[in-house]
Write a protein that binds this ligand. Structure first.
Ligand SMILES: [Zn+2]
Ligand SMILES: [Zn+2]
Length: 332
């Protein structure tokens, strides 16, 4: 499906601030995809060129005619994400945020963030699987609580001993596990945490102008499930600690727990990340969450500027030293 403008035919991209597809040529807006134009062919509907390297892409920019095209065959696949957290601000705003964060750093190269519109920043939707883990904990303890009170010269210590039997049903929803092999840790960190309140049902309009991918593996991949399970069990550990902290002493008689994935409730989601790469004085990368703006990364340092700075400083020192000598000369 082409993201083409009804007014002038140019290719539209999604604008997070206007929450619509926007035509960069004539400024027209559209808030939904045209109906009935979906194509399962892996070729550009505008110029007919075959897609290249689009096997896992959900959206594609044709290198021949620059059109943005949704990859409908992949969007209809069984493992296609059903949810998406759309970007809430555009690339220009992302650029401003980076500038604000790094502006105080001296010696930034002039070419850092050179594109005023932020078009040198990449917008990526990273695929994650969201797992639901359900389990039961059964605990038998003997616990003791001790109370001490003072009445005049008398101290009374009361020991209360309890037989505790607890059954707790656990349910952890929407545990995110990154589902793309080539995602680096910093991109994953930038995409998280997952905020359910920002997620929307999948709609291809959000994808135009981004890089968006299918998960590399299916949701029943053992490695993914075990990571979600590990997270859920660690959360149970924390909960158990808080359950038993009020007892002075505690003897565990028996302790069983289960934790299983509920496959019915597993769903795929796309999470938004901006990435900026600057090459020069080494390679520098900045990663930003596409909704909160939280970022990590480091800025380049223009060594020529540093040298110039110190040369100027050294020159100033020489000048002031000369001035002092001059003054001394006057005084003497
Ligand atoms: Zn237009
Ligand atoms: Zn084309």
């Amino acid at each position: 499906m082409l993201y083409s403008c009804n007014s002038c035919g140019a290719s539209m991209v999604y604008d997070p601030e206007r929450r619509a597809l926007v035509c960069p040529q004539c400024g027209s807006e559209r808030d939904s995809m045209p109906e009935g134009t979906s194509s399962m062919k892996m070729e550009c509907p505008n110029c007919g060129a075959a897609f290249e390297g689009a096997e896992r892409k959900l959206v594609y920019q044709c290198p021949y005619c620059s059109s943005w095209v949704s990859v409908d065959a992949n969007l209809a696949a069984g493992n296609a994400p059903v949810k998406i957290t759309p970007f809430t601000f555009g690339k220009k705003a992302a650029r401003e945020k980076i500038k604000d964060a790094f502006d105080r750093i001296p010696f930034l190269p002039d070419s850092f963030l050179r594109d005023q519109e932020g078009n040198d920043i990449d917008a990526l939707y990273a695929p994650f699987w969201l797992y639901t883990m359900e389990g039961t904990g059964r605990y038998d303890y003997t616990g003791e609580i001790q109370n001490t009170s003072h009445m005049g010269l008398t101290t009374v210590t009361e020991h209360k001993v309890y037989d505790i039997h607890r059954v707790i049903n656990y349910c952890y929803r929407a545990i995110p596990v990154d589902a793309m092999d080539k995602l680096d840790d910093r991109t994953i960190d930038a995409a998280l945490p997952y905020d359910r309140s920002l997620a929307k049902d999948m709609d291809p309009i959000y994808l135009a102008g981004t890089e968006s991918f299918l998960p590399d593996r299916e949701k029943d991949e053992e490695g993914y499930i075990s990571r979600a399970k590990k997270w859920a069990l660690e959360s149970v550990d924390d909960r158990e600690d808080s359950l038993t902290s009020k007892y002075k002493s505690l003897k565990i008689k028996s302790h069983e727990r289960t934790m299983e994935n509920n496959p019915e409730k597993t769903e795929g989601v796309l999470l938004p990340v901006y990435r900026y790469e600057y090459k020069g004085f080494g390679t520098h990368r900045i990663y930003m969450n596409g909704t909160s703006g939280r970022m990590s990364g480091n800025a380049p340092c223009d060594k020529k500027k540093v040298i110039f700075h110190y040369l100027v400083e050294a020159a100033c020192t020489v000048i002031s030293a000369a001035a002092i000598v001059g003054m001394l000369g006057v005084l003497l």
